[in-house]
Design a protein around this ligand. Structure first.
Ligand SMILES: *Cc1c(COP(=O)(O)O)cnc(C)c1O
Length: 606
């Protein structure tokens, strides 16, 4: 098993392993352990979400650089422009960092609802692009007109003819000189691939058919709106695992663009290729999710549009993207404390050997004491044989509970020790056995809150311990979160095995990190069992290269969690006071209620 947890596959050089820890590969290269300990020293317990703005900057500049390189290489006539789709992450600590690190790029925002539009209007500098997708009512379209009036560079992407009719109506009512620009989302006949492919194709919720596009064109012509029509838009779905469907979609969109342009849509000047740029989440070479790189993606887009423009004798349009996952996913890391190892109690100290033990138990004990690398295989077989007999003896009433407990502990110890002794022999049998006796790690987080796509779509996120990386991990691990839901589990998977260390968390801390959680997870996260968004902090680096923790927001306290689902805090307050009376427990109670709802202490420090 790789000790590096596949960091060379999913890590993109964002983190490096230094001796025993995983460190941020930037400036002073602090370890995630050191950052975590610093936050916890300040009293914040439970899971912590770390945000790294320098990783947002890296993604934004990589996107622009690759497209600008391709544009230069192919001597392409149009420009590259981009917006960030807010549905991927609307949290202020993300959006503020995003706008801050991308200023030089004229990078804007894409909104798909009124609330997102409000974020876009207030966070985007005047002149930077804003695109508005999704279903829109008259109010939303009016908001777009108001934003244009403020001076914003806003494009309404129409998803259906009804929206265009509403635009015509609102335009008449507002009767203003400055109007939003218009884009048309096309309904592709080609579809995407992968888990999220439903956004494209004939069955898609979105976009205009060819008949509707023609009708829209003539409607705009009739109502003097062709001047506003500047963009053709499509989106083939998220996490595109291969590039072929994009090429098909581009040919389709390019030809629609050229047709409209030649038909008389004189202001048309951009093709928006949506999002879909994928992220490599895999920790194993054989389960990689993507078969292309950004450079190939950019080359294909630029080359294909250039070809179509040449064939159809039109100017080369600007290329617009709305990649979200690619920009946001790497920026956050979720750090979670391990609270307990399920089999921690199977240790020597827990043995209650008697002066006079049943013979099979005495024998097990001897096997355990005498176990070494030359006899391990044989003794292991003997031990497995004995436990079967011992459990039968218990069922028949011949041995008592203490005997049974001793047998279970001893066999567990023998198996564990054998695995270590035999680990270099590559025995298939041992691997099977090892995988069967997985260790269960109870982890202080909610999977439903922090990686909902694991629950909903079986999307794996890279996970690994942030310490002890110089030691071979030997426990096949199943992770349990702290919700009371049996789905709150990341079961050990033979095909995608995760091994963790054998630690005594009553004596030392052990943290697991989940990577690439920055896209979609936060807002899709649900408050199952009322575990809310974890404590979050922005990790910035100063001129000297030292890191600084900014904008810490603690996970909601218990009273606020209840208020959020509309309990009346003052009523709860009254009831509590009434029930507790004049007791001096009141202070204690209110102290607990002021804390966040994650697990505080099972062991001393967690
Ligand atoms: C969701 C969405 C995106 C972002 O897709 P990613 O796969 O995250 O890049 C872009 N455009 C539209 C219209 C979307 O709905």
């Amino acid at each position: 098993m790789n000790r590096n947890y596949g960091i060379d596959i999913w890590g993109d050089n964002n983190f490096i392993i230094k001796k025993s820890t995983i460190n941020v590969n930037h400036k002073s290269q602090p370890s995630l352990l050191e950052i975590t300990q610093k936050i916890r020293r300040d009293g914040y317990k439970g899971p912590v979400l770390l945000r790294f703005p320098h990783l947002i900057k890296k993604q934004v500049s990589t996107l622009y650089n690759e497209f600008n390189r391709a544009i230069k290489e192919f001597e392409y006539g149009g420009d590259f422009q981009a917006v960030f789709p807010l549905k991927v992450n609307q949290f202020p600590n993300f959006v503020h960092s995003l706008m801050d690190v991308s200023k030089e790029y004229n990078y804007g925002l894409e909104a798909g609802s009124k609330a997102e539009l409000l974020i876009a209007i207030t966070q985007t500098p005047i002149g930077y692009p804003i695109t508005v997708n999704g279903f829109k009512d008259k109010e939303m379209i009016s908001l777009c007109f108001i934003a244009s009036n403020m001076g914003h560079n806003l494009t309404i992407t129409i998803e259906g003819l009804g929206e265009l009719r509403t635009i015509i109506e609102v335009d008449r009512e507002f009767n203003q000189d400055i109007k939003p620009k218009i884009g048309v989302r096309i309904r592709l006949h080609s579809t995407g691939v992968g888990k999220w492919a439903k956004s494209g194709g004939y069955g898609s919720k979105f976009g205009l058919t060819s008949t509707e596009i023609l009708e829209a064109y003539y409607l705009m012509e009739k109502h003097n709106l062709l001047e506003q029509l500047w963009m053709i838009h499509f989106h083939i779905g998220s996490q595109m695992s291969e590039i072929a469907p994009l090429k098909k979609a581009l040919r389709e969109a390019g030809n629609i663009y050229a047709d409209l342009k030649n038909r008389g849509a004189y202001a048309l000047s951009a093709i928006n290729i949506g999002g879909g740029l994928a992220v490599e989440y895999s920790q194993h070479k054989y389960s990689k999710e993507i078969n292309y790189e950004l450079s190939e993606f950019a080359n294909d887009v630029v080359f294909l549009i250039k070809e179509i423009a040449k064939n159809k004798k039109i100017d080369e349009p600007d290329i617009f993207t709305e990649s979200g996952r690619f920009i946001a996913s790497s920026h956050s890391v979720l750090i979670t404390p391990v609270l307990e190892l399920f089999s921690q109690d199977y240790n020597e100290k827990s043995l209650r050997l008697k002066n006079n033990n049943p013979p099979l138990i005495s024998e097990l004990y001897e096997l355990y004491l005498e176990l070494n690398s030359s006899n391990a295989r044989e003794y292991l077989h003997d031990a497995l044989d004995h436990i079967e007999s011992l459990l039968t003896l218990f069922d028949l009433g011949y041995i008592d509970l203490e005997d049974r407990s001793n047998s279970e502990i001893l066999v567990h110890l023998i198996v564990k020790k054998s695995i270590v002794l035999l680990q270099n022999e590559g025995l298939e049998e041992l691997k099977k056995l090892q995988n069967k006796i997985q260790e269960r790690y109870l982890v202080n987080f909610s999977l439903f809150q922090s990686i909902p796509d694991f629950w909903g779509l079986q999307q794996n996120f890279p996970m690994m311990p942030i310490d002890k990386l110089d030691i071979e991990p030997t426990n096949p691990a199943t992770l349990w979160d702290i919700t009371c839901d049996s789905d709150g589990e990341i079961a050990f998977d033979d095909n995608l095995p995760l091994y963790l260390h054998d630690v005594d968390v009553t004596k030392e801390e052990y943290f697991l990190a989940f990577f690439l959680t920055g896209a979609y997870q936060e807002v899709l996260g649900m408050n199952h069992n009322l575990f809310t968004h974890p404590t979050e902090v922005v990790v910035n680096f100063d001129e000297n290269g030292e890191y600084r923790l900014d904008k810490l927001i603690e996970s909601q306290n218990i009273m606020d969690v209840l208020e959020d689902i509309n309990y009346d805090k003052s009523v709860l307050d009254k009831k509590l006071k009434l029930q507790i009376g004049k007791s001096d427990l009141l202070g204690k109670l209110y102290l607990y209620l002021s804390e966040n709802s994650y697990i505080k202490t099972i062991q001393a420090n967690n």
